[in-house]
Design a protein around this ligand. Structure first.
Ligand code: GCO
Length: 454
């Protein structure tokens, strides 16, 4: 069973839903610039308008209320609050988030705030961005403005969303903004500065929050699970989940161990070698400022068996394996083994800060959006998460990605992850069947996951 105060929520991010690109004094972000590059976004779109949440947030909060969400995870657009990233505060930006927070609380919905979900201030990027040694101080100063403004009502905070992506894809492969293809040295330096920023933000929240804060972090959970649940396969899957096979940034441990254990993982230091930036124990002490919960985004995991030496060996998911519209595998075991392995390693309550599925949704001839795949997917993943709680893993909540269809980064609007369909031409919201199903799940606190698939 899920705990009585389980945080049933939906998740979004500022650049993906707000729009209002030039409204209310907002400063430009690296994603605004990135989207203007020809051919970079699949459908040539941007988040300039997105779901127009900046102007429609009251309607969206009413939808959250209708579904019965107890919590809502959203991110703040740093440059809506500090248009230049530092310096002058934009009161209209503060006013917008005050309005959203007040609307949530008036509807009994707990705000869970992500400080940074990739929309980095363009003005700071032009000063070096995460490569600038001052970047963690910039982030700390931004956090102070936010905590002063909102911490009388907000008590749940996440610092960074998915450094694997905004560092790895934004600074290494160039698939995401700011579209850099840097050396490993520079990528890891940017990553180290981002981790320092996390630590400084935790310090600022602890020192200045008006309401007792619960502070967390939201890296991707790059997960593994035993293809067959034998002791050897379980150990092999655990070993793989917390190891690094190569020098890419797509892993769990390089981003989790510093924050939770105060050190970089040994095999990462070996694999990255000279690319590892110079750092001090003081850095690691700062980065590993205690946090209260371990937020993580889990969508799928790799099936593993133990080879003859007990080492992890991948099992192919097989031809035509179940997958989502964005071509991610469907592996519900991820929400048992990911939380279990993470809890056993880091001993922090687990918060699923993202989990969801992209489907080929559209408004059908009956005016409804039937999305049986999303219902089946979510039921199976929640069943596994419930199993984890039954096995004693402390799971504090589940945030479905996403509340509504939105701007899916380099894929533009091609992918639909929402429980609520958005017609981008009219901004009409339509609750999908899964939204009504989610309502019944929340009402039973996750006890009833039955599906009357249509
Ligand atoms: C992520 C991001 C979200 C994505 C979602 C679907 O995890 O990549 O946090 O912004 O939109 O995960 O890809």
């Amino acid at each position: 069973m899920f705990q009585q105060d389980f945080a049933w929520g939906a998740a979004t991010a500022s650049y993906q839903i707000e729009g209002g690109k030039t409204q209310g004094g907002r400063g430009l972000t690296v994603w605004d610039e990135f989207c203007e590059r020809p051919g970079i976004i699949r459908d040539g779109s941007s988040g300039a308008v997105a779901c127009d949440h900046y102007n429609r947030y009251k309607e969206d909060v009413a939808i959250m209320k209708e579904i019965g969400f107890r919590a809502y995870r959203f991110s703040l657009c740093w440059s809506r609050i500090l248009p230049e990233g530092t310096g002058k505060v934009n009161q209209e930006g503060i006013d917008f988030y005050n309005g959203l927070i007040d609307e949530l609380l008036a509807n009994g919905i707990e705000p869970y705030v992500t400080l940074f979900h990739w929309d980095y201030p363009l003005a700071l990027f032009r000063q070096g961005g995460w490569l600038n040694p001052k970047s963690s101080d910039w982030f700390a100063a931004y956090t102070k403005v936010v905590v002063d403004a909102f911490s009388d009502r907000v008590s749940h905070w996440m610092t960074l969303n998915e450094p694997q992506c905004f560092i790895g894809m934004g600074h290494g492969t160039g698939e995401h903004a700011p579209g850099l293809k840097l050396s490993n040295q520079e990528v890891l330096l940017a990553g180290h500065n981002a981790l320092l920023a996390h630590g400084k933000a935790v310090q600022v929240i602890r020192e200045h929050a008006k309401k007792a804060p619960q502070v967390g972090y939201a890296p991707v959970g790059v997960c593994s699970h035993p293809a067959v649940e034998t002791p050897a396969n379980i150990e092999a899957a655990r070993k793989r989940m917390f190891s690094m096979e190569n020098d890419s940034t797509w892993n769990s441990v390089w981003w989790m161990d510093p924050v939770l254990l105060g050190r970089y993982p040994e095999d990462g230091l070996r694999i990255y070698g000279d690319a590892v930036p110079a750092y001090t124990q003081a850095d690691m002490d700062l980065i590993s400022q205690p946090i209260d919960f371990f937020g993580t985004n889990i969508y799928n995991s790799c099936p593993i068996v133990a080879d003859e030496n007990g080492d992890p060996a991948f099992i192919d998911l097989g031809l035509g394996c179940p997958h989502t519209a964005i071509e991610w595998p469907i592996t519900p075991e991820a929400l048992y083994w990911g939380p279990r392995f993470l809890y056993e390693r880091y001993h922090k309550p687990i918060l699923i800060t993202e989990n969801g599925i992209s489907c080929l949704d559209y408004v059908m001839s009956d005016g409804k959006v039937h999305d049986p795949m999303r219902i089946d997917f979510t039921a199976r993943y929640l069943e596994q998460l419930r199993r984890a709680t039954d096995d004693g893993i402390e799971v504090a909540g589940y945030f479905h990605w996403s509340l509504m269809d939105n701007f899916e980064w380099a894929q533009g609007y091609h992918e639909r992850f929402g429980l609520v369909h958005v017609d981008y031409n009219t901004q009409k919201r339509t609750l999908k069947d899964s939204a009504y199903w989610m309502k019944s799940v929340i009402a039973s606190n996750g006890a009833d996951l039955s599906m009357n698939l249509r």
